[in-house]
Design a binder for this molecule. Structure first.
Ligand SMILES: O=C(O)c1cc(=O)[nH]c(=O)n1[C@@H]1O[C@H](COP(=O)(O)O)[C@@H](O)[C@H]1O
Length: 309
């Protein structure tokens, strides 16, 4: 089961760090920006540089992280060559043994969600031949369209040993605008949480977690703690640590008493940790190690030593 596979990887790596792969051309190291100039500043040259960068990042962070999360928007921004860089990045990460969460944040009517799910969690049937478009272990999904949309993803996750992460309480500044609105006595994010609890796909694995995860930001530690109690068995992807101001201690609110049940994402705080350095891989490795240690120390302070679970 995918949640078991994810948890075993976390325990084996002794790391709850998820590194986000959000490449932006202007922020690439100078040598790679020069390659793009030499290549005529085309989408192709930029996408090549992005993939080269990601390979260095992935080799650098592999000892310190169990999970990576490429956010597809940064690749789509480079058009078709960008999507090819995305595909190769996810495949390279999987080959390194990393658990890959495709951050696609999709959701549409059931039939369209099914096509998204085929693309990212399963395969497309081309006149009887099964063809995989992209490789990933899990996807992020948007709950706004309701269960016919969510279940299309969950169905593919169940079939292909994958996971889904539903946006429950996001890390951004305006997340309260909709997510904290009340429906009766309860917040919208609680109602989204109910969708996870009541789903027929909420089947628990060896560690008590289902393949139906939730995205809950470290920037809202109170809600994170509250949701940890109400969503037993739901694995959390916790963004907002680092660049968005969430601390490791805030993030610990999303873990169960054993120190299990969550990964903490850092994108910009790790992949852009090199400043003007040319040996950027070494600096990125250092930043990943520092984040891993920071998170482990916070979990130890909270008495949540998952490595002893
Ligand atoms: O689903 C996500 O990963 C996500 C959810 C959320 O609530 N907030 C959030 O920042 N993210 C993603 O996390 C990444 C930003 O991470 P930082 O660069 O560490 O702030 C981007 O890829 C966001 O799309």
């Amino acid at each position: 089961m995918s949640a078991d596979r994810l948890i075993r990887k976390i325990m084996e790596k002794k790391s709850v760090l998820c590194v986000g792969l959000d490449p932006v051309v202007e922020k690439l190291p100078e040598s790679l920006r020069k390659d793009i100039e030499k290549g005529g500043k085309t989408l192709e040259a930029a996408a090549d540089a992005v993939f080269k960068f990601n390979k260095v990042v992935l080799d650098a962070i592999e000892p310190y992280a169990a999970v990576v999360k490429p956010q597809i928007a940064f690749y789509e921004a480079l058009g078709v060559p960008g999507l090819e860089a995305y595909r190769k990045t996810a495949a390279y990460a999987k080959a390194l043994g990393l658990y890959v969460i495709a951050d696609i944040k999709r959701g549409d009517i059931g039939t369209t969600s099914e096509a998204y799910a085929q693309a990212h969690l399963g395969y497309t049937d081309i006149l009887g031949e099964k063809r995989r478009a992209f490789e990933s272990d899990a996807v992020t999904i948007n709950p706004y369209l309701g269960d016919d949309s969510n279940h299309a993803f969950s169905q593919w996750a169940a079939k292909e040993d994958g996971m889904t992460f539903l946006l429950v309480k996001t890390s951004n500044k305006t997340s309260s605008q909709l997510q904290n609105q009340k429906i009766g006595e309860r917040c919208v994010f609680d109602v989204v949480g109910d969708m996870l609890k009541e789903s027929p796909f909420a089947v628990k694995g060896d560690f008590g977690y289902t393949p139906l995860g939730a995205v809950v930001g470290a920037t809202h530690p109170e809600e994170l703690s509250q949701l940890r109690s109400s969503l037993e068995g739901c694995f959390f992807l916790i963004p907002g640590y680092g660049a968005q101001g969430g601390s490791a201690d805030d993030a610990t609110q999303g873990f169960d008493a054993r120190g299990l049940g969550a990964v903490v994402n850092s994108s910009r705080g790790v992949i852009y940790a090199f400043g003007e350095e040319e040996d950027f891989g070494a600096k990125i490795a250092e930043a990943a190690k520092k984040s891993r240690d920071d998170l482990n120390a916070a979990l130890e302070r909270a008495g949540k030593k998952y490595w002893e679970a």
